[in-house]
Design a binder for this molecule. Structure first.
Ligand code: URA
Length: 192
């Protein structure tokens, strides 16, 4: 499993399939730990991820780590993290359709090698990449289980940067909903 991922990572590090290769500092292939239970797919690298070559290392990433910690999960022990696209779009704009398409084979390969039982679709870009543009908004589908590749279960969840913009923890708020979702994810994780 690890050698196969390393092979793809090496290819990805030299990728020139789209124009983002001209502006990237580092390719952000993955973070966390390769495993067959839990994978999170985010959107795209931001400024700090591009600098360090690691996904989710900025403010949103720190919040994501805290959310996992609440249910005793962590990227050191249990979670493999990757993004829909592996290079930072300038000014953190949304990835373009041709960028997503160019990068798609790397994501597919990561999932094919790991065959994770649970895939978390973190935010709108990961949601639509895996479930199509017509699936509906993240607010409507978050917290629901969908069938994914290789017999996996996929759950859309809010992106942590959305939670950072919504401070309330009241019942029904995005943070409160995330808490419900992470508890459900942990329940299924423990049943595997
Ligand atoms: N946001 C993402 O979706 N992915 C990252 O790696 C960092 C921020």
């Amino acid at each position: 499993m690890y050698e196969e991922l390393e092979e793809i990572k090496n290819i990805c590090n030299n990728c020139t399939k789209c124009a983002l290769c001209e502006t990237r500092t580092k390719v952000v292939f993955s973070g966390g730990i390769a495993n067959n239970k839990l994978v999170l797919i985010g959107e795209a690298p931001g400024y700090w991820e591009d600098q360090k070559g690691e996904p989710f290392v900025g403010k949103a990433g720190q919040l994501l780590d805290k959310i996992f910690e609440c249910v005793n999960l962590s990227r050191k022990k249990n979670v493999y993290i990757c993004n829909t696209i592996k290079c930072r779009p300038p000014e953190n704009r949304d990835p373009l359709p041709q960028e997503k398409q160019a990068c798609r084979a790397y994501l597919d390969k990561q999932l094919e090698i790991l065959k994770p039982k649970i895939i978390l679709l973190c935010g709108k870009v990961a949601l639509t990449s895996m479930l199509g543009e017509n699936i509906g908004g993240i607010t409507k589908v978050r917290g629901k289980w969908f069938d994914g590749p290789y017999g996996s279960k996929m759950m859309p969840i809010f992106h942590p940067s959305y939670l950072l913009r919504n401070a309330s923890r009241e019942k029904g708020s995005p943070k409160w909903l995330m808490w419900q979702d992470i508890k459900e994810i942990k329940r299924v994780y423990d049943s595997l």
